[in-house]
Design a protein around this ligand. Structure first.
Ligand SMILES: *[C@@H]1O[C@H](CO)[C@@H](O)[C@H](O)[C@H]1NC(C)=O
Ligand SMILES: *[C@@H]1O[C@H](CO)[C@@H](O)[C@H](O)[C@H]1NC(C)=O
Ligand SMILES: *[C@@H]1O[C@H](CO)[C@@H](O)[C@H](O)[C@H]1NC(C)=O
Length: 551
């Protein structure tokens, strides 16, 4: 090649890298946050070739059976009408909640609505020009509620793929029941959510600091890094195969890595932001055409409930007077006093692994049980680890964060353990309870990365249940959060959580494990959505957990 050409290409690559850097930099978000450390270093961006961005990521290799399972899982979360991003970003053909409507269908067979009936609602979507939509793919959330009764239940949405949707509700309580339909994202926004996690595994920048003697350096890390001239340190976990890499610091060895952290994102601007305007295109209520509520009467002897959609799975449970009841068989008992809680946990070992949404359960327990002494090893709120002991009642509780990736303030890398490896160290037995929740920190990573993580955890669960079948395994699902900016939707919005949540549930289906359905418990509740659900919801979750432990 001629020299000028080389120079030209070189500057082109630098320019592209720079724009990639700017793009990535403006896309960072946090899960929860606190003060963020100012970088003690000049951020020097490594050059990368954006063209190869999709291909440089390798995932842990899978066995033929695992590949088959992965394909089934990927099919199961495929979303309609997301084949390609439209090149012109415009609201013209985009679903518009304000112009759309829903209609409560009459009771089949007539008569009054009865407790136990199934209520069906037809949702008709229109675009910003007022034209009916002709394809599906909108992300809708529905719930039936009665504010005065503190009652609520999530609806199940069926996409007819022609611009209309059905929402099906159980009618668990007597009295007024109001239907609420929310357009979380129009179908036009979904490709942007998909590609953000799919193509940009470094949507969030993770860092590690290396130290030896007086020498300190910080570099960028992730589950996969663009190849550059800078060598990489390979922190792949030999047992689970989980991947993690950092660019090697110039004058320090890979063994000198001491801490991990992320930096707070700056707001960014992009043309697709119009699809993520809170109250306009994102999280907007759809009005009723006609009445939005029904009145439900108690069922008399001999009266039959109408139940026309038997193939649609029912809700996991519902709230009544602020209390969650299960509709899937198991009874939720109330543990309203410290003595009731500690009586249930007496002689138990509870190991909790996960993110801050699992840590909330430990915080709740420690708030309720004054005899449960909580110790935080490094006084680091996010990474802990925490140990809690009630010596007299013989209650032992631990909490550990789930390992990389985690979006958190600076933490020693020695405390970032993968859940699967931790489970391998649990003896188990009838007095052992294992709780985990792994989802929120994975929304910026490709779904294949999450599938592998759950596979490794599941393998460890299978081994644990084989050596100690009486061990109680409790899985906390994802929950809704408050999403108000384009960045928060793209980095960790509810659609991304839902995709991972479906994978998690499918992968543990049929196993001897218990679910706490945080998704429905936040959909159905009247309080505002929050990544960290407020106390009344946590109280109900703890009731569910303790009901599993002490049926
Ligand atoms: C859409 O499909 C549903 C289910 O097949 C059907 O009931 C409805 O009439 C269709 N609506 C339109 C507008 O085609
Ligand atoms: C990282 O290390 C693992 C385990 O030793 C190895 O299998 C893998 O090939 C390495 N990856 C790279 C990109 O060097
Ligand atoms: C690394 O070491 C070289 C040679 O000792 C020195 O010139 C350079 O400044 C060092 N770089 C950093 C980042 O400390």
């Amino acid at each position: 090649m001629d020299r000028p050409w080389k120079e030209f290409l070189k500057s082109g690559i630098i320019l592209l890298s720079l724009s990639l850097f700017v793009y990535i930099f403006y896309h960072i978000d946090f899960l929860e946050f606190q003060t963020t450390p100012k970088p003690p270093f000049k951020i020097k961006r490594v050059s990368s070739d954006p063209g190869s961005n999709r291909n440089y990521c390798t995932f842990r290799p899978l066995s033929p059976e695992e590949i088959q399972e992965e394909n089934i899982l990927l099919d199961s979360i495929s979303w309609p009408n997301t084949r390609s991003k439209s090149t012109s970003v415009s609201l013209q053909g985009t679903s518009n909640a304000a112009r759309s409507n829903f209609v409560i269908l009459p009771r089949p067979g007539g008569g009054s609505w009865l407790v136990g009936d199934q209520l069906e609602v037809m949702i008709n979507m229109f675009d910003f020009k007022g034209r009916p939509k002709t394809h599906g793919g909108d992300f809708l959330l529905t719930r039936l509620h009665n504010q005065a009764l503190e009652a609520g239940v999530a609806g199940q949405v069926v996409d007819h793929l022609n611009g209309t949707y059905s929402a099906v509700f159980s009618l668990p309580w007597e009295g007024k029941s109001e239907v609420e339909v929310t357009l979380v994202h129009p179908s036009e926004a979904i490709p942007f959510l998909q590609s953000f996690a799919g193509e940009k595994p470094n949507g969030v920048d993770f860092y590690s600091t290396f130290q030896s003697g007086s020498l300190t350096q910080t570099t960028i890390c992730s589950g996969c890094l663009p190849p550059t001239q800078q060598p990489q340190c390979n922190y792949t976990d030999l047992n689970t195969g989980e991947l993690w890499f950092c660019y090697k610091p110039k004058n320090l060895s890979c063994d000198a890595r001491i801490s991990h952290f992320v930096r707070k994102p700056k707001p960014r601007k992009a043309k697709e932001d119009i699809f993520f305007k809170s109250g306009v295109t994102m999280n907007v209520g759809i009005p009723a055409s006609g009445p939005a509520h029904v009145t439900v009467f108690p069922k008399m002897k001999g009266q039959l409930a109408t139940n026309s959609n038997k193939d649609i799975p029912g809700p996991a449970g519902y709230y009544y007077k602020g209390l969650w009841s299960s509709l899937s068989g198991s009874t939720v008992k109330r543990f309203n006093s410290a003595s009731a809680i500690s009586q249930c946990l007496k002689d138990k070992v509870v190991h909790m692994y996960g993110d801050s949404t699992v840590r909330q359960w430990l915080e709740f327990l420690s708030g309720e049980l004054s005899d449960l002494k909580v110790y935080n090893l490094h006084k680091l709120k996010q990474s802990g680890p925490y140990v809690a002991l009630d010596y007299a009642k013989n209650i032992f509780v631990t909490y550990r964060c789930h390992g990389l990736p985690v979006r958190m303030a600076r933490s020693p890398v020695t405390e970032l353990h993968y859940v699967a490896n931790e489970l391998n160290g649990v003896t188990g037995g009838k007095n052992t309870v294992v709780v985990f929740g792994v989802w929120a920190h994975f929304t910026t990573f490709p779904i294949k990365y999450y599938i592998r993580r759950i596979m490794s955890i599941r393998k460890a669960v299978v081994r644990l249940l084989a050596r100690a079948p009486a061990t109680k395994i409790i899985i906390r699902t994802a929950n809704l959060k408050r999403v108000s900016t384009p960045l928060s939707a793209l980095v960790g919005g509810d659609w991304l959580s839902l995709q991972r949540d479906k994978i998690l549930r499918t992968m543990f289906k049929g196993m001897d494990v218990y679910f706490v359905d945080a998704w429905e418990m936040t959909v159905a509740h009247y309080l505002k959505h929050d990544i960290h659900p407020p106390r009344p919801i946590i109280k109900n979750m703890i009731d569910v957990v303790l009901s599993y432990i002490c049926p």
